[in-house]
Design a protein around this ligand. Structure first.
Ligand SMILES: Cc1ncc(COP(=O)(O)O)c(C=O)c1O
Length: 433
């Protein structure tokens, strides 16, 4: 018997050897080996919010909506859930109503495609926008690995744009555009999360949002806006998203129900209201994305959409109402985390440790005086019982080499406190040199 492998990794698509695909599994593997460690690593919703959901009741709520509002007879309403569904989605009207009321985004149901999480929306958006080989995707750096991974799967080259304390550095994006032009290339789109980015935890001020939209117009590029953590802002402190400010249809807006609803539903959406010209007339970019979707997941599971639709209906059709309790809990956790950092990471600590105080989101970025590498993570887990995410996993450059990401979403307040004390012990002993 020949025991040579049937094929070699080198013969498979290059993305499989890209570190970005291994980042999440590495963290999971460390957590599995240290199950008792306090983990600031996962950006998952708090376990309380994924318990006690009643999918049956929520589905019933959506079925009632199909019968009473959309006028379907009971048999047709049921079939809607159990048969293949429209590629563009079943809950587009509920989503656009909520986006209009809660976020000031004025889109028609036909401008939206409901996707299998924001992840699929990223993949579809990139696939549709990138025709020419060599066109670049710019991403805020450090960056959510999902978008870089999607680009890798599609062989789209990625370029980094610095992220400062106020989010994406538009000056650096402009420089990247000039650089691309000098090389005979162009930046076709830029991925940005203006509200509490993952992993950086930054938020763009209103003027910076307008400036970025102007730059996108000037440079003829699209902005792919990731709205995942915007819901965590206090209601009197929320800023309009890029899409709400987008008068020139430069923005494709991506959202997810993973954090405001629950991640297991795998429901997200793209708002893509750009008009696409065909010989037979115009249609929305969302329609084109739905066309691509028929070759990726065919449609987002109708049962999942029904549960999410039911959740929205239970909250008067409002995303903000759906998110309110969760947002308050996450803000309280975040305050607990930054307060604990203030208390435990100041006196007697080695110099070179700093962090910021985000007004929302799940994440705090901490700067260390030593490399935040796998070796330090291993020591942190095995000797100090605390886990975090090395920022280098989220970066295309070495900018994050001395930074870690702490997530506050998953932990109870007393665990946050204890975890920060353990982190202080790690840094006192291991970072003192
Ligand atoms: C920035 C960002 N975008 C999107 C997502 C969620 O994507 P999905 O809806 O595919 O779960 C996450 C989840 O961690 C995220 O952090």
């Amino acid at each position: 018997m020949n025991d040579a492998p049937d094929l070699y990794a080198a013969d498979l698509h290059g993305s499989l050897r890209d570190p970005v695909l291994g980042a999440i599994s590495f963290l999971n593997e460390v957590m599995d080996r240290h199950p008792d460690a306090i983990s600031f690593a996962p950006g998952a919703p708090h376990p309380d919010f994924v318990q006690g959901l009643d999918p049956h009741a929520l589905t019933e709520r959506f079925l009632t909506h199909l019968r009473t509002v959309r006028g379907l007879d009971p048999a047709r309403a049921e079939r809607t859930l159990y048969a293949y569904g429209p590629a563009q989605g079943l809950i587009n009207d509920l989503v656009t109503d909520a986006l209009r009321t809660d976020q000031g985004i004025d889109a028609a149901p036909d401008d939206v495609v409901i996707t299998v999480g924001a992840q699929e929306a990223m993949l579809l958006t990139l696939r549709a926008l990138y025709r020419d080989t060599g066109d670049l995707l710019a991403v805020a750096d450090p960056c959510y690995p999902g978008i870089v991974g999607a680009a890798r799967l599609l062989d789209i080259p990625v370029t980094d744009v610095r992220e400062g304390p106020s989010g994406l550095d538009a000056g650096h994006l402009a420089a990247r555009c000039r650089q691309a032009r000098a090389e005979g290339r162009r930046i076709r789109a830029c991925y940005v999360a203006p509200d509490f980015s993952n992993p950086g935890g930054t938020r763009m001020p209103l003027a910076a949002r307008h400036a970025l939209l102007d730059l996108a117009e000037r440079e003829d590029l699209f902005l792919v806006e990731d709205n995942t953590y915007a819901f965590t802002a206090a209601e009197d402190d929320a800023l309009p998203g890029l899409k709400a400010l987008d008068t020139r249809r430069r923005v494709v807006h991506l959202g997810t129900f993973a954090k405001v609803g629950f991640p297991g539903a795998r429901v997200g959406y793209a708002v893509a209201d750009q008009r696409v010209g065909h010989s037979a007339g115009e249609r929305s970019l969302a329609r084109e994305l739905a066309e691509l979707k028929t070759m990726v997941t065919i449609n987002t599971p109708p049962l999942s959409q029904a549960v999410v639709g039911g959740l929205l209906l239970e909250h008067g059709g409002s995303l903000r109402a759906l998110a309110r309790r969760k947002a308050a809990r996450y803000r309280a956790n975040l305050a607990r985390l930054t307060d604990a950092l203030d208390r435990h990471l100041t006196d007697g600590m080695p110099p070179g440790i700093s962090w910021h105080r985000p007004a929302g989101g799940f994440f705090v970025r901490v700067e260390l005086p030593v490399p935040a590498d796998d070796a330090l993570l291993e020591v942190s887990a095995s000797r100090y019982g605390v886990l975090w995410a090395p920022m280098r996993q989220f970066s295309l450059t070495d900018r994050g080499d001395r930074q870690i990401r702490l997530s506050c979403s998953y932990l109870e307040p007393d665990r946050i406190e204890t975890g920060v004390r353990r982190l202080a012990a790690l840094l006192t002993r291991e970072a003192a040199g």
